[in-house]
Design a protein around this ligand. Structure first.
Ligand code: UTP
Length: 292
């Protein structure tokens, strides 16, 4: 079945980047001139996704405003004539990327609980999940790579994965994998935030997955796990052990926008490639580097 729907969980408290996230959602932090969530919606749209549900929460309505029309701004840019046409196009184009709807997660009980809010929207078809604070930039959109692997392998879902530094594995999940071909693996077990000695490998799920609708029933019967949160990994584990997931060691660079260093790396790397300010920024970085 073709994957046409995606869920973007973006309701988290963002405590790792306080105080910035007190009043601004981390998903709205800009990378040069676009908010993180726009990169993610663009990735989904490029991968054939038509309908997107953003899981939001109190104090995060800026995301809805960003994908909505902006009549006063558009009128002002129109008055500016040819000189402002490009800006006008950018402002309108963002409203046409996909059909976007929103639902609020009333309490932040974890990623699994956030995904559960999408049960009605998804119905009975497989769907994509793109974590709202994980921006992945590359030639071949990441979720498209997962969708292809899901279709090709016929496994029950797919996860985006990368090898993480062994010292970091306790913060992530750990996957049990067997090679299939090239960068595609079969995932047969997983554990969230493994204690010392519990890890299967240093491959972790990062930022993207494709899930069957059955995940909702599983989530509803999954006990709260690490951090007293409903962990998506705990629900996926059951399906991975029974049927197997495709694991895709995806191409593209991931920026964790829920982490201070990730935010800075994203700005520097995207800034260096930016058509408008890239060359001036490069000179600036070289100058700064001399003093390091
Ligand atoms: P994170 O665990 O990175 O987000 O979840 P968090 O809970 O905001 O992080 P910290 O630890 O407090 O800094 C990954 C994605 O899942 C969403 C987040 O918004 C983020 O985009 N999420 C997380 C929810 O939608 N609901 C939740 O209850 C938890």
């Amino acid at each position: 079945m073709k994957i046409k729907k995606a869920v973007i969980p973006a309701a988290g408290l963002g405590t790792r980047v306080l105080p910035a996230t007190k009043a601004i959602p981390k998903e709205m932090f800009p990378i040069v001139d676009k908010p993180a969530i726009q990169y993610i919606v663009e990735e989904a749209a490029k991968s054939g996704i038509e309908d997107i549900l953003i899981i939001t929460s109190r104090g995060k309505s800026e995301m809805e405003d960003h994908f909505d029309r902006s009549p006063e701004l558009e009128a002002r840019l129109k008055e500016g004539g040819a000189g402002k046409r490009h800006m006008l196009e950018q402002v309108i184009d963002v409203t046409k990327l996909a059909n976007i709807t929103y639902v609020r997660q009333m309490e932040q009980k974890g990623l699994g609980h956030a995904v559960l809010q999408a049960k009605k929207f998804i119905g009975n078809e497989p769907f994509a999940v793109l974590y709202g604070d994980d921006v992945i930039i590359g030639e071949d959109p990441c979720i498209g790579q997962l969708i292809r692997a899901y279709e090709e392998t016929g496994l029950c879902g797919a996860v985006g994965m990368k090898e993480v530094d062994p010292s970091e594995i306790r913060k992530y999940s750990s996957l049990k994998i067997d090679p299939v071909r090239d960068n595609i693996y079969k995932v047969t077990d997983m554990i969230e935030k493994p204690a010392e000695g519990e890890e299967f490998s240093y491959y972790s799920i990062l930022g993207r997955c494709v899930l069957p609708a059955e995940i909702f029933d599983v989530l509803e019967n999954t006990p709260y796990g690490a951090g007293n949160e409903l962990q998506l990994t705990d629900a996926m584990k059951m399906l991975a052990k029974r049927d197997g997931f495709a694991g895709v060691d995806f191409t593209g660079t991931r920026y964790d926008m829920g982490n201070k260093l990730g935010i800075l790396k994203a700005s520097v790397e995207v800034g260096l490639e930016h058509p408008e300010i890239g060359s001036a920024f490069r000179e600036y970085i070289k100058e700064i580097a001399k003093g390091l």
